[in-house]
Write a protein that binds this ligand. Structure first.
Ligand SMILES: Nc1ncnc2c1ncn2[C@@H]1O[C@H](COP(=O)(O)OP(=O)(O)OP(=O)(O)O)[C@@H](O)[C@H]1O
Ligand SMILES: [Mg+2]
Length: 253
């Protein structure tokens, strides 16, 4: 084997340059799985207003299963915009986002969002007056997926995965610390066992030890469960602990 999943590849791209420099990742993907990427951007551009400024311009990149990919770049470079394009929340103004080779714009995006991708928002988006278990089971139910076990048992398994004690199932979100809420947000995103996990600044407000712990969870999701984990981050330590770094540069004016 010439490439291991731990091989770090750094892809630099500028949102102004036409072809994204994907040579490094293409090489990695050829040997890791020999298969197509689970998620891909194919010459994607995006403008928030019709005819307005493009905040993402002609971006191409392949995202493979079994890897943790960090998306980095200065504030305003378009990281959050790229996450909303990858998660199917918004559609590109030009180009395509492909899930297993299928154009998301032509697919059932509700199904994609509720089954195949788990998103962890920077602000968590948990329902504060509900319990941990209620927050997690809500998204499990919304997916409509069949579950082989009682939901409470699944919740306890998920809490163990994010290293929270089972008793936390009945705690209200309001009573949890920021780091604990982050773990619940991850557990909720994993509730319906998606192929892809996307996280926007998941360690932004956490101390270093908690940050490392959260990164260990993400690495195990990728390396042991074969998920594709994509993380937007400003943290050099998080980028360092990822398998691949995808660098967004600001659009030149
Ligand atoms: N809803 C919106 N309407 C119009 N412009 C927007 C909107 N959201 C973001 N933008 C613009 O798009 C560009 C990219 O924003 P984005 O939020 O993707 O950057 P970012 O890389 O995530 O930055 P940060 O690191 O600060 O979170 C910025 O110039 C921003 O002003
Ligand atoms: Mg952002």
């Amino acid at each position: 084997m010439t490439t291991e999943t731990t091989t770090k590849t750094t892809t630099e791209t500028t949102t102004t340059a036409a072809p994204a420099a994907t040579a490094g990742t293409a090489q990695a993907s050829d040997t890791t799985q020999g298969d197509r990427p689970v998620l891909a951007m194919d010459h994607v551009s995006y403008a928030y207003t019709k005819g307005g400024k493009q905040v993402v311009k002609d971006l191409s990149h392949d995202f493979h299963a079994g890897r943790v990919i960090a998306i980095v770049g200065p504030s305003g470079a378009g990281k959050t915009t790229v996450l909303s394009l990858l998660s199917g929340l918004t559609s590109p103004t030009a180009g395509r986002v492909l899930y297993n080779g299928n154009d998301l714009a032509k697919a059932d995006r509700y199904r994609f969002r509720s089954h195949d991708i788990g998103v962890i928002f920077q602000s968590f988006n948990l329902l504060p007056s509900l319990t941990v278990e209620e927050n997690i089971t809500l998204s499990m139910e919304a997916s409509g997926k069949p579950f082989g076990k009682p939901k409470h048992e699944l919740v306890v398994d998920l809490l163990a995965k994010v290293r929270l004690p089972a008793e936390y199932a009945n705690e209200r979100i309001l009573h949890l610390s920021g780091g604990e809420q982050q773990r619940v947000a991850i557990a909720r995103a994993l509730g319906y066992d998606p192929d892809i996990v996307l996280a926007d600044e998941p360690t932004g407000n956490l101390d270093m030890a908690t940050q490392d712990d959260i990164m260990a969870i993400f690495r195990s999701l990728a390396h042991e469960e074969g998920k594709c984990v994509i993380i937007v981050t400003h943290s050099p330590a998080v980028a360092d602990q990822s398998d691949e770094v995808f660098q967004l540069k600001p659009l030149r004016r």
